[in-house]
Design a protein around this ligand. Structure first.
Ligand SMILES: Nc1ncnc2c1ncn2[C@@H]1O[C@H](COP(=O)(O)OP(=O)(O)O[C@H]2O[C@H](CO)[C@@H](O)[C@H](O)[C@H]2O)[C@@H](O)[C@H]1O
Length: 471
């Protein structure tokens, strides 16, 4: 079986968030399962692009409306990720340092998709599956079915994985001329709500659709940023498969970013050494419980309530806990988090920006990880926290609900709350502080959570079963 994953991100080549982690790990585990799994992403000008070696395996040209671009398909030479990685290099379109955030993102990702299909058209054999991730690749299932140039690819099954249905990549019909010619009788498949909607189009045209947790799949049928009705209509081909984590990259026993290593059998000394290292760097008292937040600073992650949560906790329990936030995103949230450093001077630090090394160090150093997400399709952070012996504190939603059981319930190990409000999270923090006083109990929980297996083994198997059902 040969699978081609098409995505905008893949760790470590290009990462903005969890999509990269999934596309950087799932194929590796599929290779372990005996499949041939390949990944193709755009050739952004990232550190990885400059540092690795590539060979050109295909050359072509794409029309985006009236503009013509030459493109190269590059293959990473040494197979350092454990699977074949291909980059679509389109000078003038994709040769930028960042993944998203340009005025011409519509043209950039259209160019990427068209180049992938043009390249695929030239393969001497066909892959068994084309697996598309999120809206940046959402027009591929449609074009494989109805694009005149790609009739050769009609029989290849397509899968869409929805990592986040909030983002759909819509653009106006005035730009339909950017697409390669297709059967106009099928134009309705591109449309949702009067615009071209790549995510909606993929939900209609992919052979199977899945989300990254069963809980999120159920939620989307009720509320999916306008796509709930469509998902209900297509429900028979939809399912939820819980993400895993790359247990080789995320392993406190070997993680190269950590100053001290540890494992479940003997974690206390090593985990504490990581906490001391972070507290020294950030001038915090290591004897206090450390609460961290890591993630994109957007409302969906509940980041807008963090300032109030932290301020209130510092008022209700003066000098009893430390907070450290690592993130970047919305400018208003960033401003409030920065300002908070003046009012909670001794017990709160804010690292604004993206820092992969620091994120690993924080999962290891923290006692508690805060995730007040309003929307969380799966969430990887809570699984990384568990692996590093850190107790996750999560809102009861999506994949968080599927992976974290409250320690007050039978077999539980985390802290759950209902609402992304300062009141609810404040109560959860109160419970965490009481738990922290009982070092025996918290150590038992830490030891237990470190042993939970969230590796990709199970999920990789589910995906292979899904592909096999399409043969
Ligand atoms: N400032 C920063 N510095 C360093 N690292 C940072 C960082 N901000 C975030 N990260 C890292 O980015 C990843 C975030 O992953 P998530 O799954 O939580 O979120 P995301 O919303 O991006 O993904 C979407 O896709 C994934 C994958 O399917 C789903 O789990 C999720 O629910 C869905 O919203 C983690 O590896 C985290 O450590």
């Amino acid at each position: 079986m040969e699978i081609l994953h098409v995505s905008a991100e893949c760790y470590p080549a290009a990462k903005v968030g969890g999509l990269a982690d999934v596309v950087g790990a799932l194929p590796k585990y599929q290779v372990h399962e005996g499949a041939i799994s390949k990944v193709v992403i755009p050739a952004y000008r990232t550190k990885f692009f400059h540092e690795q070696h590539f060979e050109i395996v295909h050359q072509g040209g794409v029309w985006i409306g009236r503009d013509w671009y030459h493109f190269n398909v590059l293959k990473e030479e040494k197979n350092i990720l454990g699977f074949d990685l291909y980059l679509i290099d389109i000078p003038g379109l994709l040769d930028q340092p960042n993944v998203y955030g340009y005025d011409n993102d519509v043209e950039r990702f259209l160019g990427f998709q068209i180049a992938v299909l043009d390249w695929l058209n030239e393969w001497k054999h066909l892959p068994s599956i084309v697996h598309c991730h999120d809206h940046h690749t959402g027009l591929i299932p449609f074009l494989m079915q109805y694009g005149y140039k790609y009739s050769h690819l009609k029989q290849v099954p397509t899968i869409l994985t929805i990592h986040n249905a909030q983002y759909q990549g819509q653009f106006g019909w005035d730009r339909v001329y950017l697409l390669p010619s297709f059967d106009l009788w099928k134009a309705g498949l591109l449309d949702w709500g009067g615009a071209i909607n790549p995510l909606a189009c993929a939900i209609k045209c992919a052979w199977r659709v899945n989300t990254v947790s069963p809980g999120y799949m159920r939620e989307l049928l009720e509320s999916a940023n306008g796509l709930e009705g469509l998902l209900r209509m297509e429900q028979s081909k939809c399912s939820g498969i819980l993400n895993g984590i790359d247990a080789e990259v995320w392993d406190p026993a070997t993680d190269p970013y950590l100053p001290a290593h540890y494992e479940a059998a003997a974690f206390e000394e090593g985990k504490y050494a990581n906490k001391v290292a972070i507290c020294e760097s950030y001038h915090l008292d290591p004897s206090l419980p450390l609460f961290v937040f890591i993630g994109r600073l957007v409302k969906d992650k509940g980041a807008d309530v963090l300032p109030e949560i932290i301020y209130r906790a510092s008022q209700d329990h003066p000098g009893a806990a430390n907070f450290l936030v690592l993130g970047s995103g919305d400018s208003e949230i960033t401003y409030h988090l920065s300002q908070l450093q003046h009012s909670v001077a001794n017990n709160y630090r804010f690292y604004q920006g993206y820092n992969e090394a620091l994120s690993h160090q924080l999962y290891a150093a923290a006692d508690f990880l805060l995730m007040p997400s309003r929307v969380e399709p799966c969430g990887l952070n809570q699984m990384y926290a568990l692996r590093y012996g850190t107790i996750p504190m999560v809102r009861r939603t999506g994949g968080l609900q599927d992976t974290v059981v409250d320690f007050g319930d039978e077999g539980g190990f985390g802290i759950r709350f209902e609402h992304a409000s300062a009141w609810d999270v404040g109560y959860a923090i109160r419970r965490a502080l009481v738990l922290y006083q009982d070092q025996h109990q918290i150590n038992q929980l830490r030891s237990r959570v470190m042993q939970i297996d969230h590796s990709w083994n199970t999920a990789a198997h589910h995906y292979i079963n899904l592909y096999t059902s399409l043969k």
